[in-house]
Design a protein around this ligand. Structure first.
Ligand code: TMP
Length: 213
C-alpha cells in the first residue's frame, strides 16, 4: 500500500444490487461541492476509456463463459487504469475522489460470491491498487429487497443475473469486512428512504471534511 499518500479524501461506496448508491453518491458530491471542495466522481469497473471497455465485457450477459479468475483479473485491470489515470493524480492535487465501488467489491463478489481465495485478492490489491479508501460506506440491505429494486429497472447484466445465494455471500463478505475494520467503514441501513440514507452519508462526510481542516 502507498502509505505516503493521504487517502482521507478517497471515499468508496459499496453495497449489493439495488442499494441506491447512485442517489447517495450524487448527494455526497453535492454536499462536498457546497463546502467548496473539488470532487471527482468515478465508478468501477470503468471510469477510464480502457476501464469502460473492460466493463462492457464484464457485464455482457452473453459472455457466460467468463471464468471467475478472468472476472477478477478484468476487475483488477480496470482498477489499475483508474488508480494511475485518475485516483492518484486527484489525491495528489488534494481533490476528493468519490468512487462507486473499489477493491472491497472484488473481495465481496469474486471472493465471497465466486469463492476465490481472499489471500490471492489481497496480493493483487497490494500490487495493482496499492491504495485503500480512507472511508468506505456500505449501503446494506437484505438481498431480496435490493434485487426487487434492481429488478424493476432494465434487463439484468451478467452479474445481476446471479442467484440469491451468490448475493447472500456477497453481502456477508461486505458485512464481515466492515465489522473487521470499523475505523474505515460506515455501515448505513439502506432499507431507509433514499433521502435518509443520503443524509446519514452526508453527516459522516461532513465529519471527514472537518477532520481535514
Ligand atoms: P455497478 O452495478 O455497481 O455499477 O457494478 C457493476 C457490477 O460489477 C456489480 O454487479 C458489482 C460488480 N463488481 C465486481 O463483481 N467486482 C468488482 O471488483 C467491482 C468493482 C464490481
Amino acid at each position: 500500500m502507498n502509505r505516503a499518500l493521504n487517502t482521507a479524501r478517497f471515499i468508496s461506496f459499496e453495497g449489493g444490487e439495488g442499494a441506491g448508491k447512485s442517489t447517495v453518491i450524487t448527494a455526497a458530491a453535492d454536499a462536498l461541492r457546497a463546502l467548496g471542495q473539488t470532487v471527482l466522481l468515478l465508478r468501477e469497473p470503468g471510469g477510464t476509456a480502457v476501464g469502460e471497455a473492460v466493463r462492457a465485457v464484464l457485464l455482457n450477459p452473453e459472455l457466460r463463459g467468463l471464468c471467475a479468475e478472468s472476472e477478477l483479473l478484468l476487475m483488477m485491470a480496470s482498477r489499475a487504469q483508474l488508480v494511475r489515470e485518475c485516483i492518484l493524480p486527484a489525491l495528489e492535487r488534494g481533490d476528493w475522489v468519490l468512487c462507486d465501488r473499489f477493491t472491497d467489491a472484488s473481495f465481496a463478489y469474486q471472493g465471497g460470491g465466486r469463492g476465490i481465495d481472499a489471500g490471492r485478492i489481497a496480493e493483487l490489491e497490494r500490487w495493482v491498487a496499492g491504495i485503500r479508501p480512507g472511508l468506505s460506506f456500505l449501503l446494506d440491505l437484505p438481498v431480496e429487497t435490493g434485487l426487487a429494486r434492481a429488478g424493476s429497472r432494465a434487463a439484468p447484466d451478467r452479474i445481476e443475473a446471479e442467484s440469491i445465494t451468490f448475493f447472500e455471500r456477497v453481502r456477508a463478505t461486505y458485512r464481515a469486512r466492515a465489522a473487521a475494520d470499523p475505523a474505515r467503514w460506515c455501515v448505513v441501513d439502506a432499507r431507509q428512504p433514499a433521502a435518509d440514507v443520503a443524509a446519514a452519508v452526508v453527516l459522516r462526510l461532513n465529519q471527514q471534511v472537518e477532520a481535514q481542516r
